[in-house]
Design a protein around this ligand. Structure first.
Ligand code: ADP
Length: 535
């Protein structure tokens, strides 16, 4: 017998937009402008303009399902597009401004973007590939306040000429709402097409899983052009929380100034952003007055235990999160269970450095050699996922290897899960170092290296080896003014690992190559080791 509830009520962003507009109109949205000033608006303002945008799109010939690209920094007009494009029935396709011109042209072309909304200061990126893309219109957002060149549409002018779309069109919850491409850390770019339903469910579960509240003021440093900024624009809009957007100023001092001025209570970004911020804070801890109880969501690559400890010493609570573009992206978040916060630091911090517990409705399993592995904290396998916000296919692309025959998505990440359910990512399968038939976790070595006081950043990759097939080699960036020798660092690692895990070589470098999303590009490091290097 079926239940007698309104199960057909559609889970669409339309509902989120309407509710927040009504209940939280005066909650502030702050954005840093290119000239450094802070622009403040609120949900009423953003949503009114999102409705105008929806009308501009509809009257401009954008049909339901059409893709509208955005090439923008994190600011309130980008949020307008996040809300207004899907509310019109179209699909918001966030374009990663750090892609190479070839990659950018590829995703615009492959995504089939009909219109592109672009920040005026990013127009040169589009101009470079103008002859390789074919959008019907390019609409320039005058973020930096310049004049819109001829041949382009002016976002502000278009908005001023259109009334807010009211009522918003009725949509099906299965309709596509967003498109993001994977950043290509490990290969070709692939599109992930989110539905209204997947975004709404991800927002509802995400809000509680991430320990967010309506009263939070959240600084979204993670780019809105990557994995929907971890879904935060939608999660925060659903909650009606304050949103603080840093624009393009991502240096530690600008971020800290913003955190202080806007009384930020929650901040989200990748570890490489927080590394610099941490050093700046430690150098001058009294310069900024940050909100007591500040929480920081860190993910996208493994967060070293040393980083969590150092932030804790400054009174900042790091929440480690794990996910990927294909999973909207939230998979696991590390919130200690009842009683665990009382553990001794040497027990608690290693736990907090794990990637955490699978969120509600995300099913996890570990598989190795076709067999499911137990959750015993020791057995290692590839992590596979199933759930309502996990991709079941790529957008107009075929990758049969990515999904198992029984319908689980393969993450490409090698992990353990302990009996309490805490996931620990050992490595990406492509980054594991396979030495003499055994594997070595590059992540474990990196995390141990950054615990050395002289080390700022570290990356370990496989170097081809005639005898052992591969051997680990470490690339290390030292902290300003610090010195260390390869032997000293190997000696530092020695008590923590089997001897054969220790890197054969430690190379000091001024910086590590980064991908378009700020992760260390191991592909580039491996390629630098010679043409015979594995890819
Ligand atoms: P790309 O694969 O192009 O980098 P994503 O940003 O979607 O694109 O990356 C997702 C991957 O990033 C995951 O599969 C995993 O390998 C890695 N990752 C994300 N968060 C973490 C984390 N907290 N710890 C370790 N690895 C992580």
């Amino acid at each position: 017998m079926d239940g007698l509830m309104m199960d057909d009520f559609p889970l669409t962003l339309t509902h989120v937009v309407q509710r927040t507009e009504r209940l939280f109109p005066r909650v502030a949205i702050s954005s840093r402008s290119p000239d450094g000033t802070i622009r403040r608006t609120d949900y009423a303002g953003v949503i009114r303009r999102a409705r105008r945008l929806a009308r501009v799109l509809r009257e401009g010939g954008i049909e339901p399902g059409d893709r509208v690209g955005t090439l923008m920094w994190n600011h309130s007009r980008h949020l307008e597009a996040y809300l207004g494009v899907p509310a019109s029935g179209a699909v918001v396709h966030t374009l990663n401004l750090r892609l190479s011109p070839e990659q950018l042209a590829y995703v615009i072309h492959h995504g089939g973007d009909k219109w592109i909304l672009v920040d005026d200061n990013l127009l040169p990126l589009l101009a470079r590939i103008r002859d390789r893309i074919n959008p019907k219109r390019i609409v320039v957002v005058p973020s930096a306040g310049g004049l819109v060149p001829t041949g382009y549409d002016d976002y502000e002018y278009l908005l001023s000429q259109h009334e807010p779309l009211d009522p918003l069109p009725a949509l099906s919850e299965r309709q596509a709402a967003g498109l993001c491409y994977t950043s290509g850390t490990t290969g070709r770019l692939k599109g992930v097409l989110y539905s209204h339903r997947s975004i709404v469910l991800h927002s509802l579960v995400g809000a509680s899983t991430l320990d967010l509240r309506q009263s939070d003021a959240a600084l979204v440093v993670v780019p809105m052009f990557h994995a929907n900024a971890w879904g935060l624009p939608y999660i925060l809009t659903t909650l009606g929380s304050r949103i603080v957007l840093p624009g393009r100023q991502l240096d530690p001092e600008s971020l800290l100034d913003l955190m202080e001025q806007e009384r930020v209570t929650y901040a989200a970004g990748v570890p490489s952003i927080w590394t610099g911020l941490l050093e700046t804070l430690e150098r001058d801890p009294r310069r900024w007055t940050l909100t007591p109880g500040l929480r920081m969501l860190v993910g996208g690559s493994a967060v070293p235990e040393a980083m969590i400890r150092r932030f804790a010493a400054l009174g900042i609570d790091v929440i480690h999160g794990y996910g990927m573009t294909e999973s909207s992206p939230l998979v696991a978040v590390n919130i200690p269970k009842e009683g665990m916060r009382d553990w001794e630091p040497d027990r608690l911090f290693p736990l907090r450095a794990r990637q955490g517990l699978g969120g509600a409705f995300v099913e996890l399993r570990l598989r190795a050699e076709e067999r499911e592995q137990p959750w015993d904290g020791k057995s290692v396998g590839e992590l596979e996922l199933r759930g309502p916000w996990i991709a079941r296919a790529y957008f107009q692309d075929n990758d049969p290897e990515k999904w198992t025959l029984d319908g689980w998505m393969r993450t490409g990440d090698i992990a353990t899960i302990d009996p309490e359910g805490y996931v620990q990512i050992v490595d990406r399968s492509k980054d594991l170092v396979k030495s003499g038939g055994e594997w070595i976790s590059s992540v474990a070595l990196e995390n141990a290296l950054v615990a050395h006081p002289a080390v700022r950043e570290a990356a370990v990759v496989a170097k081809p080896d005639p005898k052992w097939s591969e051997r680990p080699i470490a690339f290390v960036v030292l902290r300003d003014g610090s010195v260390a020798t390869p032997d000293e660092l190997r000696g530092f690692l020695a008590p923590q690992f089997p001897k054969w895990w220790l890197p054969d070589e430690v190379r000091f470098v001024a910086e590590l190559p980064k991908t378009s999303t700020g992760k260390v590009s191991k592909l580039t490091l491996r390629q630098g080791l010679g043409p015979s290097g594995p890819t």
